[in-house]
Design a protein around this ligand. Structure first.
Ligand code: ADP
Ligand code: MG
Length: 650
């Protein structure tokens, strides 16, 4: 095969440009990225060799670094899986994951420690060009007899040609850039710099990262005794990384600082974890695990690129990087590892998916984590609130998911903002503070606590002194529906159905009044042309003139959420317009109706639109609303002109 020249795909080209013109100020991370690719490639070989007899079984893995000071090159060699011709093109000539470029461009505008994100987005290889004017990849796949050399200056194109290479694996050679005014690339050919970068970023890579180093040792005489003042220089292949897995150490030998370091380097985070949960279980099923809860939610937690999972080691040997089965969906944000001698090594991924031992470990870990969270909720509320800010939504999703199978486990670690309390409130605390006559737990959906407090539906609850949970997330109402009750108290929406908060006598009175005003109410309903399903007199309003509530079942919030979901959905909440019979406005309308029944249509319209606005819903025809408003305002002003005593008479 002769030399092929290929152009980078447009997206890759732009990405290269972004990289080189350094949105990434932290150039030194290139080494971490290349070592991590080498380590991935060894993982791949190792895992394949377990089930493929054509591949030699070995534990002789190594990532070797070599620095040539004269030629100004750094070479990173691994004996991993290697790449075929087509893989070379697919993996490092293209950026397969669409949307990556968009994402990275956006980062540019944000104040973000960008370099830490490179690894998350599958573009680590390109970071080599931040320090190199040319990159060569010499590689031979474990499945191929032919080796290839890929080469690029990171500009328009790259070349591929056949090459000589004995053994499987990949060798990446970086030709360092020249120093510039404000950039020193020379430092990367200093041994000590390379060593310190390995320590800093790759200390816990599970394969030896080696480098040849000159060592001076005393010269020995024939009897093996040291000769004074005579030395030999030898070259030794030294392992730079610590490699001893942290979990092989004793729990009480490892301090939090070391755990944090381990976490940051393993899981590409620049924040320390907020929780570290270390478990040793011995018995029928023996395993160790270290679970971390990140301090901040990862950028891509809610994108479909995010993969949940824990690293899995069996008999001390690495089996899998993201074992999904160990993590319930709602805890997808946790990181960490599980080590178990009980798991069979030669199991394929398919078998792992139905592995009862893994299921058991998952259940145990889940309990352990929830337990830790609930302890923190009790003992360190501030810390828990920090956690909740980042991951509370996931916990709520956990209550809702799987038809509420976990609701009993999770209900006591939910916290809420409420109308009356400054601080967050658990359901237990809410119930404990309920006045004697309060039967249900009240909630209202609102953008903020302030808007809930201002909403007319709060009138009667304020007057009773009942507290109300403020719901802000889309999942909230769905979650409460699944939860159904807490401590035998049911959840009741203040924006929905009948609140049943007034005594029998009052109820009777309203019913009577409703019968009396039936004519007016049905006229109002007719004027609204099926916009509402019902118009009635309210028992929940004391201060406000009107409000809009929904019937039992689907609420406005749920209607909104469900209709946003993909697919053909047309869910409708029942709309009820409630009018406060005590309010002056109602009395005014009664008067209008008595004197001039025709104009009731405008009033009905204004009333309804006002209720929509208060509810934060859209008005169908804002111009018409405004015109009607103007009309009525002018009328009112004219009344004042022609008959100054009018308002006092009433
Ligand atoms: P990521 O590692 O997230 O996939 P990178 O840009 O770092 O993204 O690497 C792109 C791809 O190139 C890798 O997924 C892998 O398929 C391939 N690759 C890179 N380095 C090596 C290597 N040393 N050995 C084998 N394949 C490699
Ligand atoms: Mg990578």
């Amino acid at each position: 095969m002769s030399k092929e020249t290929k152009k980078f795909k447009t997206e890759s080209k732009q990405l290269l440009n972004l990289m080189i013109n350094s949105i990434y100020t932290n150039k030194e991370i290139f080494l971490r990225e290349l070592i991590s690719n080498a380590s991935d490639a060894i993982d791949k070989y190792h895992l394949l060799s377990l089930s493929d007899d054509k591949l030699e079984k070995t534990n002789d893995y190594e990532i070797h670094l070599e620095v040539d000071k004269k030629k100004r090159t750094i070479t990173i060699t691994d004996n991993g899986i290697g790449m075929t011709h087509d893989e070379l093109i697919a993996n490092i000539g293209t950026i397969a994951k669409s949307g990556t470029l968009e994402f990275l461009k956006n980062l540019k505008n944000k104040d973000m420690k960008d370099s830490d994100l490179i690894g998350q987005f599958g573009v680590g290889f390109y970071s080599a060009f931040m320090v190199s004017k040319k990159v060569e990849v010499l590689t031979k796949s474990a499945y191929s007899d032919i080796a290839y050399r890929w080469s690029s200056k990171g500009e328009e194109q790259f070349t591929i040609e056949e090459a000589d290479k004995e053994s499987r694996g990949t060798e990446i050679k970086l030709f360092l850039r020249k120093n510039e005014e404000d950039e020193n690339y020379d430092e990367f050919i200093e041994d000590y710099k390379i060593q310190s970068l390995v320590k800093k970023y790759s200390n816990y890579v599970k394969y030896p990262i080696t480098m040849e180093r000159e060592k001076t040792i005393p010269r020995l005489d024939a009897d093996g005794k040291e000769i004074e003042n005579e030395y030999d220089t030898i070259i030794e292949n030294e392992t730079l990384n610590q490699m001893v897995p942290i979990w092989k150490k004793n729990k009480n030998e490892v301090d939090q600082k070391e755990l944090n370091e381990f976490y940051r380097s393993q899981y590409y985070d620049y924040n320390d974890p907020s929780f570290t949960i270390w478990t040793n279980v011995e018995g029928l099923l023996t395993y160790k695990s270290i679970i971390f809860i990140p301090g901040k939610a990862p950028q891509n937690l809610y994108s479909d690129k995010y993969e949940k999972g824990l690293q899995l080691y069996a008999k001390g040997v690495f089996v899998m990087d993201k074992c999904k089965q160990l993590v319930p969906d709602y805890l997808r944000f946790i990181k960490g590892l599980v080590v178990s001698p009980d798991l069979n090594l030669n199991i394929s991924r398919e078998v792992l998916q139905h592995n009862r031992q893994l299921d058991k470990i998952q259940k145990n870990l889940e309990k352990k984590i929830i337990n830790e969270l609930s302890k923190t909720l009790k003992n360190d509320r501030d810390k828990y609130e920090e956690f909740w800010k980042e991951f509370g939504v996931n916990i709520k999703y956990g209550v809702y998911d799987n038809f509420g199978i976990n609701k009993d486990l999770l209900k006591d670690i939910l916290i809420f903002t409420t109308a009356n309390e400054e601080k967050s409130v658990t359901l237990k605390e809410y119930v404990e503070k309920m006045p004697k006559d309060q039967k249900d737990i009240y909630y209202g959906s609102a953008h903020s606590k302030a808007s809930l407090l201002a909403s007319p539906q709060m009138d009667v609850l304020k007057s009773k002194g009942y507290d109300v949970l403020v719901l802000k997330d889309e999942i909230d109402e769905f979650m409460l529906q699944i939860l159904n009750e807490y401590d035998k108290k049911h959840f009741k929406s203040i924006n929905q159905g009948d609140l049943d908060l007034v005594d029998e006598k009052e109820k009777e009175d309203i019913k009577d009044l409703e019968t009396k005003k039936e004519d007016l109410l049905s006229k109002i309903k007719d004027s609204l042309h099926n916009e509402v399903d019902e118009v009635k007199l309210s028992t929940r309003l004391t201060e406000s003139p009107v409000c809009l509530v929904s019937g039992e079942g689907v609420s406005f919030e749920m209607e909104k959420v469900i209709n946003q979901m993909p697919g053909d959905k047309d869910v409708k909440a029942k709309k009820i317009l409630e009018i406060n019979p005590q309010h002056e406005l109602f009395q005014a309308i009664e008067k209008v109706y008595a004197n001039n029944p025709e104009s009731i249509e405008d009033y009905a319209n204004l009333l309804y639109n006002q209720a929509l606005l208060i509810e934060g819903l859209e008005i169908k025809d804002p111009v018409d609303f405004s015109n009607k408003m103007v009309k009525i305002l002018i009328k009112a002003a004219n009344l004042g002109d022609t008959d100054g005593t009018n308002s006092e008479e009433n």
